[in-house]
Ligand binder design. Structure first.
Ligand code: ATP
Length: 353
């Protein structure tokens, strides 16, 4: 559906070069809600603007629906752009036009007749929940309502791709949630592939099925939502995840632990999917006569999957503690041994710092 091949983008400013994108390779499949996350300056906006060729690569190819954009005539590029909708952080509405008029703009530019426009815009305003605001002006709307207008306008020409440029960054958490649900509905109902750029991990968690993490113009990590949350490889990815998944032992608890006592072992356990439902820890402790002392627990929902974090102090003989440890490993529980307050001894599929 969308493919970026060996993309580089260099901006020239005051006789110096800014390498905004370096060797970007990315494939977005039909039906994806694909999220690109990165800090400010990572290159996200430049990347998303490649897809509708608002920004052209210095090197590399952009392929959309099997068409190499660099080979398209200006007329064919204009036609393709009509099929790629875009929404923005600051909505980009015309303040002097009503809601109805703002949403109509793409159809007016196409020369669509008035009756068709009326039917289509009425349908879209109903869909985004703004039928009663058709005659209102943007300054009479809340941020969330303005973004709904932006979404209706982006859908007016029946696009097959929707690009979302920090679409919820100016909204409060509750409004963000409702806009994200609307995007999910659009993806399902109209079968529109969605590419979202954001600096908020919550946006990724709520609706994306695939994720790429960007840093300094490069994609440093990519995978399914569960892959990224379960086994992040890069420090930046881990930092983003920690903005919403709290898996650190609070210092006030950490300071009470005695790491030199051989009859105690502190483990940080990660449960995924079905494992999270099972009483694996209590089974193991019961079997090997070990007393668990739960220090910290947290459960995160990832669009139907469960990711659980549990930090536990095992109390028993060193042999029984080791048997309990091995039992949990065999059950595919992600485990880190916490030593001296550092959980750097990875004993399963973990690679945390
Ligand atoms: N038109 C331009 N001219 C010169 N430099 C640019 C231009 N557009 C972007 N850049 C530079 O390219 C780099 C990537 O910018 P970009 O806006 O793509 O990052 P971003 O991840 O979207 O950041 P933000 O979230 O702050 O918008 C930055 O160093 C930026 O200053």
């Amino acid at each position: 559906m969308i493919e970026l091949k060996n993309i580089q983008k260099i901006f020239y400013k005051n006789s110096s070069e800014i390498q905004a994108l370096k060797n970007i390779n990315l494939k977005i499949n039909e039906g994806d809600i694909f999220g690109v996350i990165g800090f400010s300056g990572a290159g996200k906006s430049t990347l998303i603007r490649m897809v509708n060729y608002l920004e052209q690569p210095t090197f590399g190819e952009v392929i959309v629906n099997d068409q190499n954009l660099s080979n398209l005539s200006p007329q064919k590029l204009r036609l393709l752009r009509k099929q790629i909708g875009m929404i923005f952080q600051h909505f980009n509405l015309l303040e002097s036009k009503t809601v109805f008029e703002n949403v109509s703009i793409p159809l007016l530019l196409e020369g669509t007749d008035k009756n068709t426009i009326y039917t289509r815009i009425t349908e879209l305003l109903n869909f985004v929940g703004l039928a009663s605001k058709a005659d209102a002006y943007p300054d009479e709307l809340s941020g969330g309502q303005k973004q709904r207008v932006g979404i209706a306008r982006a859908l007016a020409t029946n696009p097959f791709i929707l690009l979302c440029d920090e679409a919820t960054s100016a909204l409060d958490p509750q409004t963000t949630g409702s806009i994200l649900q609307l995007l999910k509905e659009i993806n399902k109902k109209y079968k529109i592939t969605i590419l979202i750029i954001t600096h908020e991990m919550n946006v990724i968690r709520e609706i994306c099925n695939r994720v790429a993490v960007m840093e300094k113009g490069e994609i440093i990590e990519e995978g399914s939502l569960l892959d990224i949350f379960e086994n992040p490889q890069q420090q930046t990815t881990k930092n983003f995840i920690r903005t919403i998944v709290h898996d650190e032992i609070p210092p006030v608890i950490l300071n009470t632990l005695d790491f030199s006592n051989k009859n105690k072992l502190v483990l940080k356990l990660k449960f995924i999917g079905e494992n999270s439902q099972q009483a694996l820890l209590s089974e193991a402790c019961y079997q090997y006569s070990v007393q668990p002392n739960i220090l910290f627990a947290n459960v995160t929902e990832l669009q139907g999957d469960i990711l659980g974090h549990l930090t536990v102090e095992l109390n028993g003989t060193p042999e029984n503690i080791e048997k309990t440890h091995q039992y949990l490993l065999q059950k595919n529980v992600g485990i880190e041994v916490v030593e001296n307050g550092n959980h750097n001894n990875c004993t399963n599929n973990q690679s945390d710092s």
